[in-house]
Design a protein around this ligand. Sequence first.
Ligand code: NAI
Length: 424
Amino acid sequence: MQATEAHSQPEPATSFPRGRIRVVLLEGPHKSGGEVLRGSGFTVDRHAKSLEGDALREAVAEARVLGIRSKTRITREVLDAAPKLLAIGAFCIGTNQIDLPEATARGIPVFNAPFSNTRSVAELTISELVALHRRLVDRSAAAHAGRWEKSAAGSREIRGKTLGIVGYGHIGSQVSVLAEAMGMRVMYYDAVPKLPLGNAEPVRSLGELLERSDAVTLHVPSTAQTSGLIGRDELARMKQTAYLINNARGEVVDIDALAEALRAGRLGGAAVDVFPQEPRGAGEAFSSVLQGIPNVILTPHIGGSTEEAQENISLEVADKLARFIDQGTTTGAVNVPEVDLPDQSRATAGPRPHRILNFHRNEAGFLKALNTVVADAGANVAGQYLRTNESIGYVVIDVDPSDGEQLRGALGTLPGSIRTRLLW
Ligand code: NAI
């Protein structure tokens, strides 16, 4: 299914008419993103499903902006079929589905939304803290099965209990605030010093956190250092009644050791959303050594899967795309240097400068050649910004309108130059 939604805005004074900026959105990202992009005056084509092969190549042929989610694979061949492409939006968290080196080599920034589902994961964690302390899922399962397990034995409030948070980043710090609001004492351990929120207490070692906590929740990324972070020895340091929550990544916990500890009654329970091996898609069969163990909540990697997160992801990615197309700002790009640019379109005094955007290979001598070109042109430069990463450089020059076109042409012919664009 495809719908074309043309812009209704008056054409702003850009060097390239906004209505001719064709945005192709695949896999039906939340409508909020399409609205942002249409509101910017772009023409938006929406496809409900992922495409591949000829259908994908055909869909991207005229695209200046391409939006996908996790299913569409953007390979070198797909990029070859999209010669006008300026930017890619991954309306999700991961960007593995995109050939990033190839996009980088072509000067195509890729934007995603890594933190739009933070709150969703934090809320799930809080709900699991209560559920584990009340043995909620077992009681519910029993009631469904016709058993009336009315008893206070083993049921506790979370108020006054100590929560240990491993990884005090975006999610861990949100959990901290919510847990304190529920009356918990919070301590956390992070690999780098982090400012405590509220009354949360930083602790010096993971071991100390494990020994003192009534519940431990993991919010670290998957890295070589966090692989197997919670193994047999770490589980043995936890209180016998403590709960473990893993809503981070499957590799962080030795799942066999966890199953063993739970079956032996050396832990009070666990909630696990992420697994070392996960089924590839919805509806597929799932098996785990944790199945069938009492007071163990198993969820299918849905920590960040809420309608609000989908809406936030769509808004965040669309906003980043619009800011890049309109201003050249690359903040939040995963593959090109990040440059946060002032909005010159709102400059009031004097003629609005032209902005030249140039991606180039990060090779010795480019900067010298660039400065020579600018000096030779005698251009009146109002601002210049340059950032590089190991493979690519991004330079932005605001110049007097009378110099814009000439300078753009000169920059575009420099050896190593990949792509040059003029705004306004
Ligand atoms: P973040 O990058 O904001 O925070 C991670 C924190 O972990 C940082 O403060 C970092 O310093 C710390 N850290 C890294 N290595 C560590 C180590 N060895 N020991 C202690 N602390 C360490 O990431 P955010 O947004 O809070 O997400 C955390 C993880 O949650 C993500 O990497 C992802 O794997 C997972 N996640 C799971 C979701 C789900 O659906 N279940 C959804 C979203 C994220």
